[in-house]
Write a protein that binds this ligand. Structure first.
Ligand code: HEC
Length: 181
């Protein structure tokens, strides 16, 4: 009887843990990456209706690891704030992640929330799909077709595709919280 109860509790516990975190370790609001993420965000965040811990982790991944600003902000740094010129780092907040950087014929996209609050106009499912497959679902020109889809160029999706589900979700949640441009 005692043994049976223990077993049932164990199975239930596992199911709850998997259900909550999708099989990944649960994210604590006190996680050092979450706290660092809030410390380094260059723009004010709208946390209404957002998962706070995910926003913080997303900021960490975007601003301290992903380098999204380098390619998706034009220019990436404010006047007098370009670290490559030995100036103290100051991100160009006015154009933060609003795209418009040209790489030959390829132009980086606006990642900020659209009028419906969707980053780059993408739902979470679409965003994860784009980051994992590089598929250009907007089919913006110039298009580079592979056998079955148009593929984003320059964009390092072959790197980001190996992030965990939780990390991609965190990046999306952060992009939902930044100002629209
Ligand atoms: C090396 C430059 C570079 C970096 C770094 C980069 N991107 Fe991109 N990204 C691009 C370019 C260029 C495009 C458009 C490519 C094209 O038109 O083929 C793009 C496209 C995208 C798209 C497609 C948007 C749409 O509307 O379909 C998303 C989403 C995206 N990037 C997210 C990110 C995120 C998030 C990061 C950081 C984790 C990031 N990018 C980092 C260059 C970059």
């Amino acid at each position: 009887m005692f043994k049976k109860t223990l077993m049932i509790t164990g199975v239930l516990g596992l199911a709850v843990a998997l259900g909550q975190s999708g099989g990944e370790s649960p994210l604590s609001p006190g996680d050092s990456r979450v706290m660092r993420g809030f410390a380094i965000t260059p723009v004010p965040l709208n946390l209404t209706g957002k998962n706070r811990a995910l926003v913080g982790l997303g900021s960490y991944l975007v601003n301290a690891a992903g380098g999204c600003n380098d390619c998706h902000t034009n220019p990436p740094y404010a006047e007098g704030g370009n670290p490559h010129l030995g100036q103290p780092k100051q991100v160009n907040t006015a154009g933060y992640l609003a795209g418009g950087v040209a790489f030959g014929p390829f132009i980086s996209r606006n990642l900020t929330p659209d009028q419906n609050g969707l980053p780059a106009g993408l739902t979470l499912d679409q965003f994860v799909h784009v980051m994992r497959t590089g598929e250009d679902i907007d089919k913006d020109p110039p298009q580079v077709p592979s056998p079955d889809k148009d593929l984003l160029q320059v964009m390092p999706w072959p790197v980001y595709q190996d992030l965990t589900d939780q990390d991609l979700k965190a990046i999306y949640e952060y992009l939902r919280a930044i100002p629209s441009r």
